[in-house]
Ligand binder design. Structure first.
Ligand code: MTE
Ligand code: MO
Length: 263
């Protein structure tokens, strides 16, 4: 299936076409969370691509959806302005208590022993030194009060503090022209981001929540905080960072969530 140029026809009601297409496609998608995801993300361009497929063939529809999502990643990457800042809020607006979320319940939150923990930064970097929490605390720190948006339908304002991530990448001699930064977590969660977002001034390796060390449930010892991306792109309990040109995917991304995940 090849992407095609979409010319909009003034005689066609775009949103109605999307609605009609969804009515045909959604009943064929077995999984409820994928149905919800599709109904939020399918656009007229997506429908135009699907129109080239036989919607009675599941694998054909699946392939079309994956290619729409990849196309969407490229558009978001292209539209992303590396200097534009996400909104910040006064501390009085911090959501208390701040919600917890993970692919498991709060009773299964991982307890990490920070004496044994080290942060490995590997792949396309010159310094493969493994960082202790104390060493990360000696680096310049920044704080932000920003909004976290989860695709499950909630958002909350929090205050995170830590090391500007671009600063850390520069210190380890990372190849800043590499395409991806991959994050592996103590709970086996995994996600990855584009280099432009890794270097964004509001992307921080957070050590603190609300002025104190990150509580276990919010990702102790470190999480990556990016107000320019949706919640699932913000990994908690990180143990390894990999700078790479090989597409790394992620826990939710491999199940159909959009990879760029901008907010
Ligand atoms: N290691 C890890 N990081 C994760 C997740 C997870 O399950 N494991 N869930 C993601 C999702 S979907 C959300 S919304 C946020 C929730 O972060 P919070 O518990 O600080 O609100 O963490 C993200 N990072
Ligand atoms: Mo989320």
């Amino acid at each position: 299936m090849s992407p095609r140029t979409l010319r909009t026809n003034p005689n066609v009601d775009g949103p109605a076409v999307v609605q009609e297409a969804l009515g045909l496609i959604l009943p064929r998608v077995a999984d409820a969370s994928r149905r919800r995801f599709l109904s939020r993300t399918l656009t007229l361009g997506g429908v135009a691509m699907l129109a080239g497929c036989s919607i009675t063939d599941d694998s054909h529809v699946e392939a079309a959806l994956v290619s729409i999502s990849r196309f969407n990643d490229r558009v978001q990457g292209w539209l992303f302005d590396p200097t534009r800042l996400a909104p910040t809020y006064p501390e009085t607006m911090i959501t208390r208590p701040f919600p917890f979320n993970a692919y498991y319940g709060e009773d299964e939150v991982r307890e990490v022993n920070s004496d044994a923990w080290r942060l490995a930064i590997t792949g396309l970097v010159t310094d493969r030194h493994r960082w202790s929490l104390a060493e990360l605390r000696t680096l310049p720190q920044a704080a932000q009060v920003t909004r976290h948006i989860c695709v499950e339908g909630w958002s909350a304002i929090g205050k995170w503090g830590g090391v500007p991530f671009g600063e850390l990448l520069r210190r380890v001699g990372a190849d800043l022209t590499a395409k991806y930064v991959d994050f592996r977590c103590v709970d086996d969660y995994h996600t990855s981001i584009d280099m432009a977002t890794a270097l964004h001034p509001q992307t921080i390796l957070a050590l603190d929540w609300d002025g104190a060390p990150l509580p276990a449930k919010y990702g102790y010892p470190v999480k990556l905080r990016m107000p320019t991306k949706l919640g699932y792109k913000n990994p908690k309990h990180i143990h390894t960072v990999v700078v790479t040109n090989t597409y790394p995917g992620g826990y939710w991304e491999d199940q159909g969530y959009n990879w760029f995940g901008g907010s």
